[in-house]
Every structure is written in C-alpha cells, then in structure tokens.
Design a protein around this ligand. Structure first.
Ligand SMILES: Cc1cc2nc3c(=O)[nH]c(=O)nc-3n(C[C@H](O)[C@H](O)[C@H](O)COP(=O)(O)OP(=O)(O)OC[C@H]3O[C@@H](n4cnc5c(N)ncnc54)[C@H](O)[C@@H]3O)c2cc1C
Length: 417
C-alpha cells in the first residue's frame, strides 16, 4: 500500500481540478484518482456571466463573449411584452481546454492515478480508497469531487431530486435561428406550442451565435422530477425552429444534459469531504457552478491546509473543518432559500413562470446578478426576495407563498414521439 498523502481527490472534472490545484498552491501533498486521463477533454461546455470571471481575474479564459444578451418573457407576437429583454451584461463560454490547462498547471506536482474509486473507508487517522484496479490509496483526508452521482457521500433523502434537462444542437442552419451576434439566456415564447403542450411543464430556449455560421440552440427545462424526457425537448426545439422557418442543415454536436438542481446538502458530519457537484454546489436557481468553484475553492483550500498543519488531526477532524469551511451556516441558509424558491418555481405553469422571470429581471442588475451568482450576503438576499415579492403581480405572489397548481408531474402524451 502506498504512503498516505495529505489529500486524495476523487474525480477529474472541474471540481477535482479546482480543489487539487488550490491545495497544491498551498503546499499540500495531493494525489488524485479519475477513470480518464486528467487532461482528457471534458464533455460539457460551461457558460458564465463575464463579471463573475472578472471578480476572480480570469476573463481571458473565455472563448466566446456576448454583449448582446437577451431573454424573452412574452408569449410570442408583436406586443410590447413580446419584445426581448436586454440583460445589459456580458455572458461568455469558457475555453474548456484553457480552463483545464489553467488548473492543471497550478496542480503541477499532484500525482494522478488513472483508476476508479470503489470503496472509501476511514481507519483511524487516515482514510483508504480501494480502486477498481485493486490498488488501495491512503490519505489523511479524502475529498470526493466525482460529481453529483457519487455513492460515497451521504445526504438526506428528501424525496425525488429535480433535474435540469436539456437537448441542444451545435450546428448550421438554413437561416440564423437567433439574431447574429446574440446570446439568448431564456426564450420563453410559446406561440409554436399547441394548447395541450402549453399545459405541460414549460421549457425555454437557451441559444448563442458561436460565429462562422455556427449556432448552439438548446431546449431546456428549469427543473422537474423526473426530468423532462429528451424526445419531448427535441420535439419542442424542432417546433420552435419550424415556426421560424429555420432548418438544421448540419449537426456538428448534440448535447443531452441532465443534472440535479435541488440535491440535498450532504450530511456534514461525515468523515469524507466533498466538493463540486458531489457537495451539492450547483446553484439551485440557475444550475451554474463553475463560478462558485472559482470563488469557494481558495478559501476551502486555505482552511484545509491550515488544519493539516496540525499533525494530530485525523480524517474525521479534517473533514469536519472542511465541511465547516465549505458550508458555513450563512451559505447553508442561502442555499435553503434558493431551494425554497426553486420548489415554488417548479409548480408554476408557463404563464406564471414568464411573469416571474419578467419581474425578476426587472430588479436592479446588481441584485439579479447577485442572486443568480450567489454573491449577495444573506440579509441582502432576503431583502431582494422580499422586493421581488413586493413587485410581483397578485397571482405570482400567491404562487410564491402558497405554491401554484401547476405541472408537477409530466404528462407528455401529446407531444412525445
Ligand atoms: C450538460 C451540462 C452542462 C452544464 N453547463 C453548465 C454551465 O454552463 N455553467 C456552469 O457553471 N455549470 C454547468 N453545469 C453544472 C456543473 O458545473 C457541471 O455539472 C460540472 O461538470 C460539475 O463538475 P464536477 O467536477 O463536480 O463533476 P463532473 O464534471 O461530473 O466530474 C466528475 C468527475 O469524477 C470522475 N469520477 C466519476 N466517478 C468516479 C469514481 N468512482 N472515482 C474517481 N473518479 C470518478 C468523472 O470521470 C469526472 O472526471 C452543467 C452540467 C451539465 C451536466
């Protein structure tokens, strides 16, 4: 059995690379274990508000950047409310390879094992991880960054977990599916749907011009348990394009996306720490996480490095310090507020959702931005939520307080196939 390292990180995605690199920068002896080579390309593309990257000085990591960023909250037509809503703030897509390289360079010296963690067991002051190859690795602290589906992290069972589901196409089109040069965060127009489809759980278009005649268009459902099936999303995307006389002439890539939005927070007494999707760090209102890795990784690494400097601290004590640093009470309470908000939104029908988002994005920019990026302190977040409530029409207020009779369980009979 190999000598124990200070920290063993499970995973090779954004969360694993982020925490491994931050710990390495603080002189911690780190090893990692992931099934694929750590420099293998990641499957997902990651979007982020440009100001979030500015906060951490990493704007050059963007591959695409849009200043024409809009949403549509009308039904579709020619009335004033059908016009697009300009967000007035830049949005970007990461250069995935550059982000990965940036973290790997900062993780220079970390030993990566190409393997799969199968069993994690705490024995006294260290933790051992048995891998598929038969190897056992040991560390004073194990950080599970192997994604939201990890079996190694305990969390309470709070019923079905709602997933954000999306079906997208990167491709060429007979004519631009959205205005050239534009990024569309949410297009909730629904004039391409039948009356019956409009009774089903709502979906919206997330789309962007990638340049050189290539666009990405993705039909997305905010959150639902179980997630909206891909064939429904695909059909709705097709109908949306048909309505605008747009044909897909070349499919360059297809994205099938499903990830949990309201995964319960892990049990923070367990002796294995988690980070990223495994630690329920996906923002329950937006589904985004990379910005929060970049903001929260350094502080967590600092707390762990500090705790490791005390040789008397074993796995249990180290994990406890890690959980306290990752999920302090302020962030737990903010997370609970977001989860409450999401639970309300999940019950909204299409009309109510459109009204909600139109109201939300009419908040001052720093407020909706702070809400979506989880950068508002708790008292300010509560004030913003109350302000949103005060601005909302009566029907929306009722939905926010009592929940609304809406499409909780999908019945897709008419639209699938
Ligand atoms: C399609 C999609 C699009 C998304 N878009 C955005 C976005 O635009 N912006 C944003 O901020 N967030 C986005 N997210 C949310 C979130 O940022 C991503 O899910 C992100 O990839 C989560 O990072 P992670 O490192 O925690 O987990 P993952 O990316 O899932 O990585 C998990 C890693 O662990 C490894 N692993 C799995 N099992 C084991 C094991 N037993 N032992 C060792 N290693 C293991 C995997 O091979 C992988 O390397 C998106 C999510 C999805 C699914």
């Amino acid at each position: 059995m190999a000598e124990p390292v200070d920290v063993l990180v499970l995973g090779g995605g954004p969360a694993a690379l982020c925490i491994a690199s931050e710990l390495n920068q603080r002189g911690v002896r780190v090893a990692g274990v992931a099934p694929d080579p750590v420099d293998a390309p990641w499957p997902n593309t990651y979007g982020i508000w440009a100001d979030e990257l500015k906060m951490v000085g990493l704007e050059p990591l963007l591959e695409h950047r849009w200043s024409d960023t809009v949403s549509y909250f009308g039904e579709g037509g020619s009335t004033a409310q059908d016009r697009c809503h300009a967000h007035g703030i830049d949005y970007g897509l990461f250069d995935r390879a550059a982000l990965q390289r940036w973290w790997l360079e900062r993780a220079d010296g970390v030993v990566w094992h190409q393997d799969t963690a199968e069993r994690v067991a705490v024995n006294g002051s260290t933790t051992s991880v048995s891998c598929a190859s038969g190897t056992t690795l040991q560390a004073r602290l194990v950080i599970d960054a192997s994604g939201s589906r990890t079996p190694h992290i305990r969390r309470p069972d709070q019923g079905p977990v709602a997933g954000q589901a999306a079906y997208g196409v990167v491709g060429r089109f007979s004519q631009p599916p959205i205005e050239p040069g534009r990024f569309v965060l949410m297009d909730y127009r629904c004039d391409h749907l039948s009356g019956a489809q409009r009774e089903e759980p709502p979906t919206f278009l997330y789309a962007m011009d990638l340049g050189d005649g290539v666009f990405f268009v993705e039909e997305t459902s905010l959150a639902l348990a179980p997630g909206v099936p891909y064939d429904v999303l695909k059909q709705r995307l097709q109908q949306r394009l048909d309505q605008r006389d747009v044909e897909i002439t070349e499919v360059i890539d297809e994205e099938f996306c499903l990830f949990p939005m309201n995964l319960p927070l892990p049990d923070r007494r367990q002796p294995v720490l988690a980070f990223g999707g495994a630690a329920s760090m996906v923002h329950p209102a937006s589904g985004y996480m990379v910005g929060s890795l970049l903001r929260r990784g350094p502080d967590l690494a600092l707390a762990i490095a500090d705790a490791l400097s005390n040789p008397a601290m074993g796995s249990v004590a180290l994990a406890k310090r890690g959980w306290q640093a990752l999920w302090p009470i302020e962030l737990v309470l903010r997370h609970q507020l977001y989860q409450f908000g999401l639970s309300r939104l999940m019950g909204f029908n299409e009309g109510l959702l459109r009204t909600h988002f139109a109201t939300f994005f009419s908040l001052p920019r720093e407020e909706w931005f702070g809400f979506l990026t989880n950068t508002l302190p708790l008292p300010r977040l509560m004030t913003v939520m109350l302000q949103l409530f005060a601005m909302a029409p009566w029907e929306l207020r009722r939905g926010l307080v009592l929940g609304a009779p809406g499409p909780q369980s999908p019945t897709f009979a008419q639209s699938s196939g």
